[in-house]
Ligand binder design. Structure first.
Ligand code: BGC
Ligand code: MG
Length: 515
């Protein structure tokens, strides 16, 4: 049976940055509800909300202190209920982020663990190595920089054990060998699914399980989440028991989707997460990692399809999210970066499977070079100011008007500042301009969801020089030109082009749909 998510267009809302309803300078859930007509007009079928649970916000919500309530910053749980009702009334599903690898250090379990050494087994505490236990238990590094261990001060005032945090010290890793950790996650899943949530994006789905002996890492300079094959921190075989457990809960909610954040190497390892009793979907990041190059894009698509096919699952596609540089900038920035981003959007939206559009992508937003003083991502501090972190892709959405914050908030002091030169990029301006990126996205999504040519899960890929041609069973042909000279179009009717055609030819940095 084909499920709703198998070819859905998901829209990722980074709630802090989407729309602020109460003037505190931070986006919130009533802000999302107020903009649902915009999302309905864009044609998206589902939302993915980054975490909105109760959190001290050390990692902007990925540090959860109460997994079964919504933070007052986002409007509390009543605001989520309002959003669920309003979205469902428009036929838009709502999925949330679930963070099972770690909690916040403000979670009652962790507070208890600090106060009482006998209550530490829900986390990963160890004695240190060397004289006085002064050295961390192993050489693991945090994904955000620095060691993955922090030493605690014991209730008697002496320095004592160390606890593991693959991310910020405010995000202690849970011990997934503890039955209460399982029980609590089940409670959390049922809590939200019973409330009408349509599924979850599962954070660090390749994490959670750690090898019991906690062996040293071989390579300690691995970049943000792009772990290597022999990284003992991630992709341990026993993680699949956890996914089977999660799936058993989901099976009581047959219309809900579980999509995992799975950063692993190799199609076979990826496919394991998508076996029939594990996740429904897995984020495949190959397209994010591919350069704007026909051969690289071809390989990325080919591998993502092969990986999903191995498990009989639907593939997933994404060009950006809240953790990576925005694609306009990745592809070179300026007019050229934008042209390429639009071309890649056509490629992505031509493909069978679930598509994830990150808020602002439909406006062609670039990454922002923010001044040091406003940076908030823990990566900036943890890396000793060597990595700027992810704030540049999280700048609040520009909605209207000519000056920051462009209708995002009634407060000019927003949590990250929008650059003054975004005035031409606002939703309002783009709605008035038929050639805008917003209109282009709208049209592409509309064609994708209404035309018969976009059916069929088979795709044929062919690359000749700098031209990638993709043919879908239903009759769609998508051609991408990553080279330097205009190329001939295939025969047929042009449905949509990402940039102007020149004398009936496909210019560089452009893609086209032909039927
Ligand atoms: C999320 C990040 C977050 C990290 C820790 C990730 O993979 O996407 O934004 O910082 O997990 O929870
Ligand atoms: Mg607010």
């Amino acid at each position: 049976m084909r499920r709703w998510w198998a070819d859905a267009v998901f829209y990722q809302v980074y709630p802090r940055s989407f729309a602020d309803s109460d003037g505190d300078g931070v986006g919130d859930l009533d802000g999302v509800s107020a903009r649902l007509d915009y999302l309905a007009a864009l044609g998206v079928g589902a939302l993915w909300l980054n975490p909105v649970m109760v959190s001290p916000m050390a990692d902007h919500g990925y540090d959860v202190a109460d997994p079964r309530d919504v933070d007052p910053l986002f409007g509390g749980i009543a605001a989520l209920d309002r959003l669920l009702d309003a979205a469902h009334a428009r036929g838009i599903r709502v999925t949330m982020d679930l963070v099972p690898n770690h909690t916040s250090s403000a979670h009652p379990w962790f507070v208890e663990a600090l106060a009482d050494p006998r209550r530490r087994d829900r986390y990963i505490f160890r004695d240190g190595r060397g004289p006085g236990g002064d050295a961390p238990p192993n050489n693991w590094v945090s994904v955000f920089g620095g060691p993955a261990w922090t030493r605690v001060t014991e209730p008697d005032g002496r320095l004592g054990q160390w606890y593991l945090h693959l991310f910020d010290p405010g995000q202690p890793d849970l011990n997934w060998n503890h039955p209460e950790v399982f029980e609590d996650l089940e409670k959390t899943l049922r809590f939200w699914l019973d409330r009408g949530v349509d599924g979850f994006r599962i954070d660090v789905a390749h994490g959670m399980a750690k090898p019991p002996e906690l062996p040293d890492m071989v390579v300690t300079d691995s970049a943000l989440l792009r772990n290597s094959d022999d990284d003992p921190r991630f992709d341990n075989d026993s993680v699949h028991d956890i996914h089977r457990f999660i799936r058993r809960v989901f099976d009581d909610y047959p219309d809900a989707v579980a999509v995992g954040e799975v950063w692993v190497h190799g199609n076979e390892r990826f496919a394991k997460y998508l076996r029939p009793d594990e996740l429904h979907l897995g984020f495949n990041f190959r397209l994010v990692q591919a350069d704007f190059d026909a051969t690289e894009v071809h390989d990325a698509i080919d591998n993502a399809i092969v990986a999903a096919d191995l498990a009989g699952a639907a593939p997933t596609w994404t060009l950006s999210n809240h953790d990576v540089e925005r694609e306009v900038t990745r592809y070179g920035g300026g007019a050229r970066g934008l042209a390429r981003a639009r071309a890649m959007a056509l490629v992505m939206l031509a493909l069978p499977g679930a598509v994830f559009v990150y808020n602002g992508e439909e406006l062609g937003l670039p990454n922002v070079d923010l001044p040091d003083a406003v940076l908030q991502d823990p990566v900036w501090e943890r890396s000793g100011h060597t990595e700027r972190g992810r704030d540049g892709c999280r700048v609040p959405m520009p909605w209207s008007g000519d000056t920051p914050p462009f209708g995002f908030s009634s407060n000019t002091d927003t949590w990250l500042p929008a650059p003054a030169d975004w005035a031409p990029l606002t939703v309002q301006r783009q709605q008035d301009d038929p050639s805008s990126t917003l209109h282009f996205y709208q049209r592409a999504i509309e064609l994708r969801s209404s035309r018969g040519e976009f059916t069929g899960s088979r795709v044929e890929l062919a690359t000749a020089g700098d031209v990638l041609t993709l043919r879908r069973g239903g009759g769609l042909v998508c051609v991408l030109n990553t080279g330097a000279v205009p190329m001939p179009l295939p025969p047929g009717e042009v449905l949509l082009n990402s940039g102007e055609l020149i004398d009936g030819r496909l210019p560089p940095d452009t893609a086209v749909w032909v039927v």
